[in-house]
Design a protein around this ligand. Sequence first.
Ligand SMILES: *Cc1c(COP(=O)(O)O)cnc(C)c1O
Length: 484
Amino acid sequence: MEYTSTRNAACRVDASRAIIQGLSEDGGLFVPVGFPRADLGALAGLDYPALAAEILGLYLTDYSPSFLRAQAREVYGSTFGGKAGWVSEVEPGLYSLELWHGPTCAFKDYALQLMPRLLAQAKRSLGRTETTLVLVATSGDTGKAALAGCRDLAGVRVAVFYPTGGTSEIQRLQMATQEGQNLAVYAVEGNFDDAQAGVKRAFTDPALAAALAGRGVRLSSANSINWGRLAPQIAYYFFAWARLAEKGRLAPGQRVDFCVPTGNFGDILAGWYAKQMGLPVGRLICASNKNRVLTDFFETGRYDARRTFYKTESPSMDILVSSNLERLLWHLSGSDEAVRGWMDALGKNGGYTVPGPMRKALQADFAAGSADSSEAAAELRRRYEQNHYLCDPHTAVAFKAAREQKGSAPMVVLSTASPFKFPRAVLAALGQPVPEDDFAAMAALEEYTGARAPASLAGLKEKPVRFTETILPGAIGGAALRSC
Ligand SMILES: *Cc1c(COP(=O)(O)O)cnc(C)c1O
């Protein structure tokens, strides 16, 4: 499979190069030039690692099938406790695809456990000997998932920067206690935007690049614009469908609707790729929190990022510019020129409008819905009281959109984080008293629901804190240099 850039039709690279490079030189995202067909019959009986290797093999054609099978087995086997692609029935016709049984309790493990290995292999096959330094600005989930996925990997180092006033206490400890010899974690004075702006400056700082080059180091990002982060997410759509078919929950030829709590548009776009590959998907429902840029876009065809930014209880969806949408725009328009125009307008005027036929094409595949904080909290409580099903605040946003959009087709909601990652917000939504301390809240949530917190979260309390340094945003470049 070849890849091109959304902003330059002349560009052609293989998957290895797309993964090493992350972003095309023209600023565009790498996209596959076609959609491979999946053989649904052959996928039906496979376990998760085997199915993931099959799907990845269709896109990563320059990797050997045996390499992909071995990596998928290591990554999606015991580290997910046998629960990779776990589908839970919430009520008849409504299912939850629980994507948080991995080591860091968020769906980002599916991509970030694998991507660093794909990167290391790409460097080997292209004969690249430099050290890759992965810089991450995180509001919580990405940083921890990148640390866990890169831990002690040869030729790769990671420096994570999280805002002092941004993550939950659980999320902070997940990062500050991370083990591994090739990792560094810094708290950055300020909010997420301060940390992100500091990391962006580091990426474009020529003095830093020169100093790093002197040490044989190149910078890379673990952000979801990398094809190596998107491709692994396609597999779980196929796996969920296969589980429903196997349980006799699908009439012959029946399509499945998926509802996805969305931020950067990576997770839901993976579902759209699955549909293009022949998976019987009905509608993809894009669920947003109060930052409902995408809801408005799918309704009106106008993308408008010039609006108030809200901080919510679902912080991983607090986003105004959803980078992966650019891939969809390219596939639907088939025009790098059109994409360049829209992205220019987004940069200059904060928005753009797609033409009518394109809006219709978008609406054929996607529906959209949103939930503000009180609606999401009410939904979380409703699912618990009606179905005894406990979900996290991100997933609650999707359950609300799913309820509004439910038709006759089975609906699968993608559940993206463990509720125990956000114990205080979950208790508040359930109308329970909320202890100040996250661990006390975790215990209270166990007590109230009878559910058990994942051991990797409950065990954080006893783990020694390794990283304690707080820096100013301006010191991020220096810290990156020190960390390698
Ligand atoms: C990252 C994240 C999302 C959003 O996923 P995108 O691929 O950015 O759309 C939703 N929920 C949780 C818990 C996340 O960590």
